[in-house]
Structure formats: C-alpha cells, structure tokens
Design a protein around this ligand. Structure first.
Ligand code: TXA
Ligand code: MG
Length: 368
C-alpha cells in the first residue's frame, strides 16, 4: 500500500432496509470527517460532512476535482434542508414539498452552517433529498447534511454500482456502502432558484414541464449543447488551461455544468442517426444506439466486411438513462479502440441522455 493510501471498506447493505449496524459504522466515519460513498436513486455519491470544511476539502482531493466546481448537499428531512438554505423562497419550499425525496436539486442561498468550500465560495448552495433508503439512513444517522458529488474521479464516467466507485476511488476513500445498482442512472435535475425566473442548469429525471406544471408558470429550460460542434473538446482545452494556471473560476455562473464531463477512457464519437452510414468501422468498435432507431448494419457489413465488435441498443428514455453509464463502463472494460454513440432523438424525454452523451463524446466529422 502506498503512503496516503487508505483501506476502503465495502459495506454491503440491503437497498430498501439497510441494517443499522453498518449504517452506524458509516455514519461514524462521516462524523469524524471521513469519506463514504453511498447509493442514491440517481448515481453513487461521495459523501462528507457538509459542515466541516476539512472533510469537504478531502472530497475535492480524492476526486481530483477543481475547487471551483461546487457540490450538492444531501439532506434527510425538510428541517435539515431549512438549516442549509437561508430564507428559502416560497417557490423553493413548494418544489421541495412536491418533488422530495427525489432527483431534483434546488439552488438557494447558503446558510452559515454549510462550509463555504461546499459551494466553491459561492453565496449559494445546491440541496437535494435523495429517495434511497441507504442514503436516507446514512444522512439521518450522521445527523449532519452530507456534501456529495458523484463518486468518480473528476471527468470520468459517473458510477451506478459500488464496483464503478471502487474502479476510480479504491484506496482513496474510507468506505463504500454497496446498496446495489442505482434505479435511475443519471444525475438529478439542477434548478437555479436564485434568479428572477427558475432556470435548469443541468437536465435530469425531473423535466422543466413537470416543474412548470407544479408552479403554474413557465421556467427557463436547459439549452442543449450543439451535437455537431466540438464545443466539449474546446471546453476541455480551456478547462485544462484553467486548472494548470490555478485560476479561480468560481465567478462562472454554473461551474461544473461545463461541457467537459462523464467521458470514458476509450475514445468516444457521437453521430446523429442520419449519418450512421458514413462511419468507417476501423478497429474494434463498440456501438451504443440510443433511441428506437431502425439501424440495420448487416448490408454495410457484408459490403465492407466490417462492423461494430459489440452493439447495444437502448430504445426508451427510462431504460437508456438507467443503463447509460453502466454501458460506458462496460465498453471501457473491453479495451475497445473506439465507442460510437448514435444520439437519441432531439425530444424533451431524451434531453438528459442526449446531454450526457454529448458531454461524453466528440462529434464524428472531426475524426474523418
Ligand atoms: O444526482 C445527483 O445530483 C448526484 C447524486 C450523488 O446526488 N450528484 C451529482 O453531483 O451529480 P456532481 O457534483 O457530480 O454535480 C453537481 C452539479 C454540478 O453541475 C454543479 O455545478 C452543480 O451541481 N452545483 C452545485 N452547487 C451549485 C451552486 N451553488 N450553483 C450552481 N450549480 C451548482
Ligand atoms: Mg459528477
């Protein structure tokens, strides 16, 4: 074992009825400033006591996360939420009561109880109450709100199982609560409530439409990235420069919602379905088809003698969300030469999966 390396304990618990003993053990690690990864209904989070700046700093360290990218605070009940947010608005309260516990993160103004580095120094704080019995029990037994980003190394694929967490963070964290695979598979919707109009900063399982329906007025929906532009790799370059120069980017409006995210190690290329015919199948390619597209590659295959080495179709938005990160992890494990992602339709129900696919890949044409 290297210096600074920890023994990461794997605590296997029942997803719906976790045993009190292991939860107490994990909660005692949180209370003494340690790091515990835990399941939520979206993805696994890497948790620390959100009121302890030193513990929070250890999250950034373990993930290799730039300090200007703020974390989400997880609570187990409404009272705990009210001690994280100062003067929550009526809209905040209404949405919390309607959608919690669940995959909606609300951004309000940060109370003094929450360590400033949770929010990367911003005056705001992002809060959510997860709908997973293990997460709930961990927060409740810890007695403090838990700051938790997704439990992966910065810019890597988000984890939806404890194994994914260990692949990235074994030896860097104190424990992982293994409560099985996550039900939803993509991160929560992030909604900014600090401006004049509520605005979605990250699309997720709760849609703008569902939020507007509850509020009775329209909100600002997420602006999708352009699937044909190389925005994500350009952002990757400027992001790396920022890290190298040690620039404090906390002035960015939504740091961390940058186009750089979730990338597998294998080179990943995205293509709209109309252009699938132009792909040249060189090397061992993993093909991920998102959406109910009728793509028959058999003709191409007999003509050129080539085709994908492995193909996975995820036809409907719910199961595609659930299996998306797991599929990228599996493709990564197969040591393929390339991953080709056929993007899902540009429709509201596919917004979150289209967003994550775009961030995980580069457009096809630049690789011609
Ligand atoms: O589903 C989820 O949200 C998962 C689970 C573990 O809860 N967590 C998660 O955390 O995805 P992370 O750190 O990977 O993403 C947090 C997102 C980032 O896009 C970050 O910029 C945004 O939330 N965020 C956090 N605090 C913010 C703030 N004060 N203002 C604006 N955006 C904020
Ligand atoms: Mg993340």
């Amino acid at each position: 074992m290297k210096k600074d390396e920890k023994v990461t304990r794997i605590l296997i618990v029942d997803r719906d009825r976790p045993g009190a003993e292991l939860i107490d053990h994990a909660a005692s690690i949180i209370r003494r400033g340690g790091l515990v990864a835990f399941p939520t209904e979206t993805v696994y989070g890497l948790g620390a006591n959100a009121t302890d700046a030193k513990a929070v700093a250890a999250i950034f360290e373990a993930k290799g996360r730039p300090s200007y990218n703020p974390l989400i605070v997880h609570v187990s009940d409404i009272e705990m939420a009210w001690s994280c947010v100062s003067n929550p608005s009526a809209v905040f309260e209404r949405l919390a009561r309607r959608f919690w516990p669940g995959p909606l993160t609300l951004v309000g103004s940060r109370s003094d109880w929450i360590a400033a580095n949770v929010s990367a120094g911003l005056a705001t704080v992002a809060v959510r109450m997860p709908a997973n019995a293990v997460a709930h029990a961990l927060i409740e037994h810890s007695g403090v709100p838990i700051a938790a980003p997704s439990a992966n190394r910065s810019n890597r694929v988000s984890p939806t199982t404890a194994m994914h967490v260990l692949k990235d963070l074994n030896g860097r964290i104190d424990a992982v609560l293994d409560g099985g695979p996550c039900l939803l598979g993509v991160e929560s919707t992030v909604l900014d409530l600090t401006g004049a109009i509520p605005a979605i900063l990250r699309p997720g399982p709760i849609s703008a439409e569902a939020i507007a329906l509850e509020l009775g007025f329209a909100i600002r929906d997420f602006e999708p990235l352009d699937s044909s532009s190389d925005q994500s790799s350009k952002m990757m370059d400027s992001y790396n420069k920022e890290i190298e120069s040690g620039r404090d980017a906390s002035a960015l409006k939504s740091p961390g919602t940058s186009a750089v995210h979730y990338a597998p190690r294998t080179r990943a290329t995205r293509v709209e379905v109309e252009r699938i015919g132009s792909i040249s199948w060189t090397g061992r390619v993993g093909l991920l088809v998102l959406g109910d597209h009728a793509i028959d590659l058999l003709d191409d295959r007999s003509a050129s003698g080539a085709g994908p080495a492995v193909r996975i179709d995820l036809r409907d938005p719910g199961s595609a969300a659930e299996a998306f990160y797991r599929t990228l992890h599996e493709f990564d494990d197969r040591a393929l030469d390339e991953i080709v992602i056929v993007l899902p339709p540009d429709r509201p129900e596919w917004l979150a999966v289209r967003d994550r696919s775009t961030r995980a890949s580069r457009p096809y044409q630049i690789n011609l």
